[in-house]
Structures are given as structure tokens and as C-alpha cells.
Design a protein around this ligand. Sequence first.
Ligand code: ATP
Ligand code: MN
Length: 483
Amino acid sequence: MAFNKRVKIQELFTQDYVGKEIVLMGWVRTKRSNKNVSFIALNDGSTIKNYQIVADPNQIDEELLKKATTGACLKIKGTVVASQGAGQSTELVASHIEVLGEADAEKYPLQPKKHSLEFLREIAHLRMRTNTFGAVFRVRHALAFAVHKYFNDKGFFYIHTPIITASDAEGAGETFKVTTLDLKNPPLTEDGSINYKEDFFERETNLTVSGQLEGELAAMGLGEIYTFGPTFRAENSNTARHLAEFWMIEPEMAFYDAEDNQNLAEDFLKYVINYALENCQDDLEFLDKRAAEEETSKKADQRSELGLLERLKFVVNNDFERLTYTEAIDILKNSNHNKKKKFQYLVESWGVDLQSEHERYLVEKHFKKPVILTDYPKEIKAFYMRQNDDGKTVAAMDILFPGIGEIVGGSQREERLEKLTQRMEEMHIPTEEMWWYLDTRRFGATPHAGFGLGFERLVQFVTGMGNIRDVIAFPRTPGHAEF
Ligand code: ATP
Ligand code: MN
């Protein structure tokens, strides 16, 4: 007999069930009792809202009710009735309760009180049962769905690029090695280095830092493609915006120049944020209040002027500011912030890489809106970015968001074989090994462009969560790979 004949709590708020006998299953959030009756707030994860169960001790065995403590999992049969109490329009009068799983009140770590995010990270296996993480992961799901919907509706094809690669040429960051060699006793070559010819792939391999290069190959046949997969960077940076394992969305488009690329990125970001606004109202309202509470514990100058929902609507409804790196350097150099030496890294000359403090100054203090920075010095960008006619800059773009900093990095790609190989040689990137990449410039080359969006940074922006560890189910960071 099939077990799952339940109604999801979410449906009770959108459809009329009054008078119907139904089965609910879910976890007890709270229970309060007087001598006549017990009220159980039940949550099944389908919505942030709990549903009220009314249990009459004449109907339900008291010993059983005692086991319905916070965290216990219940199956409840009952009838939906119009509610007399304030706070809900209907409730379930229980006729039968089964305890599917008890939760010893002495040991269950999630009590109905406020827990710190740090504590919840240590019990990440249980934190999905809290309001905050329920909301975050429902929003994360909606955003992922919106990503696929956006590209599908536009005729882009979803390409699965490899997770194990042999090219670390992109130089996006330190890689994790992939090997089956015996680490204690690896085979050696004559000069004493590890002989990867004897390894599984007969060469050195690592986890991918980006699907871009393979994405470009696909775009050169399919036209417009995107990837959406895990990427790995062994960067030892313990920031609130870096993970060792994160998900990246990387569209790559044939016949796009730098401006087409910027237009797509802006349109795409607005679409997915708007999708969350339209489809995650309850969760975003909860997260908005949560963020507002958190703001009160910040110093006055670190508080954001807009609330979470206001911020999301603002991004959807306003053009992003577009300017070149060179213009940005001028703004930063002449800013009072720089003159009063308030930056940790002072901006003195053209050519320096922008630190996140500079990016945030531009976005949060100067423009007060998302910024698309373009045309960076070629020295601080990757080899594949298209060289501009000035000989100094490349057709790069970074998109900077309030509270986040860089959320997107992209560029028009160098499609001219000579220019590309020349730049690779300057940057000591082995051209023979990258023969397959260069082939797309040898045969049927065309202008093309693309970008990478860090999915967790997008989820951070939309949920208002300050730490990237709180928007991925089981974060991987230096020293942390539990769960
Ligand atoms: P940053 O300067 O912030 O480290 P990056 O220049 O290394 O970023 P790219 O290599 O351009 O970033 O990667 C594309 C996007 O991937 C970034 O815009 C960002 O949204 C995201 N991203 C990069 N590194 C990480 C990371 N370690 N954890 C989570 N997201 C990341
Ligand atoms: Mn980085």
C-alpha cells in the first residue's frame, strides 16, 4: 500500500480544503497544551508557514501526545475546519496521530528559540528545519529553476562540461588534483618527479575551475549555450564570498560582442531576481524582516540604506551603471575616501587590480546601483579576453553588486588566432596543449562572448544572507568538509 497519500501544507493555504478529511506529515515546531486541548505547529518544508493541528486528549492518546515534542515527525489524519483562533484561517482537527520519528527533547539541538548562524553551520544536517534555511533553500531552488527557464526560453542549450579536466591554463585559481596514484609511493620519472603517465588518465588532472573553455567549443557549433555546474578552487581565502566548491552559470554565445554580452548579463540578472520576487513572496518577506533585524546590530555606517525587498526591486527596475576601468580608477583616485586614506589599498595609478573595498565603494557609496565595469588592463585579466585597439586593455566586464562585490566576470573572447597565440606565449600558456581551443580560431572563427555568474553570490544577494556558507547546503571551505 502506498504510504504517501498526504496533502502538502503549502496547498492548504492556496486551495479550499474545509470539511475534507486529509493526512499531513511533517515535523513539530512547537506544541502548547492546556487541559482541554493541545495545539501543534507543524511544518513540512513545502512553505515557511506552519499549520495548526488541534488535538483533543479525548480523541488522541495522551502518552502519544507527549511524544509530539519539537523536532518529532508526525503523520496526522484529521478534518480541515475554519479556525476560531487568530493567525490562521483553517486548522486540522486531528482524529489520528502516528509518531513517525521521535526527537528526544533532551538531545535535539534545535529548540524553538533563536540560534546563531554559526551554531547552525555546525549542525548543517538539521538546519534545513529552521525558518531561515527553509526560506534560503526554497529561494535557491527558485533561482536555479529561473536560470534554466531564462536560457531555455531564449533558445540556449544546456551543456554539461567536464568536472575533471587536464587544463589549468585558465589560471582562475589553485586547483584540486585528481589522481589514483599511491600518495605514499608514487611512480617517479628519471628526474625524480611524479610520473603522471602511470596515473589513471595518463596525465595530470584536476577538478575544473570553470567550464568556459569547453563552453566556447560548444558555442562554436550550437550558437548559444550555457553551463550550470560545480566548480572548484583551492583558494585559501576565508572570506564571506568564497567557497572551495561553488556553482557557476556560464553562458557562451557565438555572434555576440562585448556590448551584447553586457546586455544579456543585465537582462538575465533582472529576470532571475524578478522571478524570485514573484514566486517566493512568503520566503522573501521573512528574509526581509530577518535582514532588517540583523541590520540593527551593525554600526550605523555599515547599514544599507535599502531593505532587502527594496534592494531587489531597485535592481530589477533600474539600469546598471556602465563605465570603463579607466573611468573607475579616476573616480576612486579622486574620491575623498582615497584622499583621506580610508582605503586599505590606496588607488594611486592606472593598472592596479581593484580590491573588493574599491568595488564596494563604487557600488555602495558612489553610484548606489549595480555597476558594469569594462575594458580592464590586459595584465590583470585572462589570456582569452579580446584585445582592444588601444593595445593596453581587453574587452572584459565585471558586474558588481551592492553588498556582494563581483557577481559576474566575463568578456568578449579573442577570436583572432594570431592575437590569441601571441598573448598565450606572453603569458607562458602552452599553445600545443591547447590545440583544441585554438582549432576553433583556425576553423570558422567568429566574434563571441560569455560570462560566469557565481550562483551562490546571486543567492546571497537575493536572500540577504551575509555569509556564502549559509546559501549552499553543505559548504566546502578550508578545513571544512563535514556532511
Ligand atoms: P573574486 O575576485 O571575487 O575572487 P574571480 O575574479 O576569481 O572572483 P571569476 O574567476 O571571474 O571570479 O569567476 C566568475 C564568478 O564566479 C565570479 O564573478 C564570482 O561570482 C564567482 N566566484 C569566483 N570565485 C568564487 C568562489 N571561490 N566562491 C564562490 N563564487 C566564486
Ligand atoms: Mn577569485
